[in-house]
Design a protein around this ligand. Structure first.
Ligand code: GLN
Length: 304
C-alpha cells in the first residue's frame, strides 16, 4: 500500500476545496489560527511514518485530550468508572446542558464536555498531581519530552469558559462532582490546551491501534479489553452529534477537537491524525473529515 502517494493525492484534492465554516472563536486564542493550515500524518503498525503539509506544527488538541484522560481514569477505576458516566452516544452538541437535567447529572459519555469534566474530577480525586501526571502519560506514549500545555490557550479558555463552569456546577448540585469546581475546570482547560502536532498525535494514538501497547517498546499501557472499550467509545461518541456521519463517511474510531484536529485509528493497521482549523457547524474539522473519508476510500482500509 503506497500510503505516501495516497496522502499526496488527498492533499492535492483538498487544495481545491472551499471550506464554508469558521475556526473556533469562542476560545479567543483559537480564533487567531491561520485557517489555511493543513497537515496529515499516518503511522503504520509496520512502524512506517507518512506525512503531508503542516504535520509537524503543534496545535491545540482540545477534545482529543479526552481520550487520554479517559485512558488514565479507566486504568485507575476500572469498571467502577461507569457508575459516574454512561457509554451512549449523546446526539447533542458537545457542550449541551439539557440532557444532564433529565438524566440526573450522569453524562451520556466521557467525550462530551460534561463526561470529560467528571473524568477530570475522578483524576483529581485519585492523583496528587493530575496535571503533571497527564503530561507524563502523553510524553511516555509519544516518547516526546517536549510535549506541554499551551498556558495562553488554557487562560484564554478560562476567560470565556462559562458553559463548562455551568456544567460542573450543575453536576455538583446533582451529586456527581466531588472536588472543587475551580480545580476541575482548571485541569480541564489545561488538558484541552495540550499542544501537539499530527505526527505526535498519530504516535500517541498508536497504542489504540496496537492492542494497548506502545509500538516501539511493546510496553503495555492498557489491557486488550480496555482498549476495545475505548475504541468502541471513539466509534460511537467521538464526534458528538456527528458520530453517525463520521462512521458513515470514514468508518474508523476517532476523536475530534475544536482546534481542528481529528485522530482516527484502524485497529491493527494504522493511526492517522489530520489538522485543518475550519470547523463545520457541529464543531468538527471540515477538511479533516473529508481527508479521512478519502483515506479510507482510497486505501479500502476502514473497520467495515
Ligand atoms: N475546550 C473545548 C470546550 O470545552 C473543547 C471542545 C471540543 O474540542 N469539542 O469547549
Amino acid at each position: 500500500m503506497d500510503f505516501q502517494k495516497i496522502l499526496n493525492t488527498i492533499q492535492e484534492d483538498l487544495s481545491h476545496y472551499d471550506a464554508f465554516g469558521n475556526v473556533a472563536s469562542y476560545i479567543p486564542e483559537l480564533a487567531k489560527i491561520d485557517p489555511k493550515k493543513f497537515g496529515m500524518h499516518l503511522y503504520g503498525t509496520d512502524s512506517q511514518h507518512y506525512s503531508v503539509g503542516d504535520s509537524d506544527e503543534k496545535f491545540s488538541i482540545q477534545s482529543i485530550s479526552k481520550v487520554f484522560t479517559l485512558t488514565m481514569a479507566m486504568n485507575i477505576l476500572g469498571e467502577d468508572l461507569w457508575d459516574r458516566v454512561d457509554v451512549e452516544p449523546s446526539g447533542d452538541p458537545f457542550n449541551s446542558l439539557t440532557q444532564l437535567e433529565y438524566e440526573s447529572g450522569v453524562p451520556r459519555n466521557p467525550f462530551i464536555n460534561s463526561g470529560a469534566l467528571v473524568i477530570a474530577d475522578i483524576l483529581i480525586s485519585n492523583l496528587d498531581n493530575p496535571k503533571e501526571d497527564l503530561l507524563q502519560f502523553v510524553r511516555k506514549i509519544t516518547g516526546k519530552e517536549s510535549i506541554d500545555y499551551d498556558y495562553t490557550v488554557a487562560a484564554s479558555e478560562k476567560s470565556t469558559g462559562y458553559r463548562n463552569y455551568a456544567l460542573v456546577n450543575y453536576m455538583k448540585a446533582l451529586g456527581n462532582i466531588k472536588n472543587d469546581v475551580d480545580t476541575i475546570v482548571d485541569f480541564y482547560f489545561h488538558q484541552c490546551s495540550l499542544a501537539m502536532s499530527c505526527a505526535e498525535l498519530a504516535t500517541a494514538f498508536m497504542i489504540f491501534a496496537n492492542k494497548g501497547r506502545i509500538l516501539d517498546t511493546d510496553e503495555k499501557i492498557l489491557s486488550k479489553t480496555k482498549n476495545k472499550r475505548i475504541n468502541a467509545l471513539m466509534q460511537t461518541c467521538g464526534f458528538y452529534d456527528e458520530a453517525g456521519e463520521f462512521s458513515f463517511e470514514v468508518g474508523l474510531p476517532g476523536k475530534s477537537g475544536v482546534g481542528g484536529g481529528i485522530i482516527a485509528i484502524h485497529p491493527s493497521r494504522y493511526s492517522v491524525a489530520v489538522w485543518s482549523p475550519i470547523l463545520n457547524e457541529k464543531g468538527n474539522s471540515e477538511l479533516g473529515m473529508a481527508a479521512l473519508e478519502k483515506l479510507t476510500t482510497l486505501t479500502g482500509l476502514s473497520i467495515f
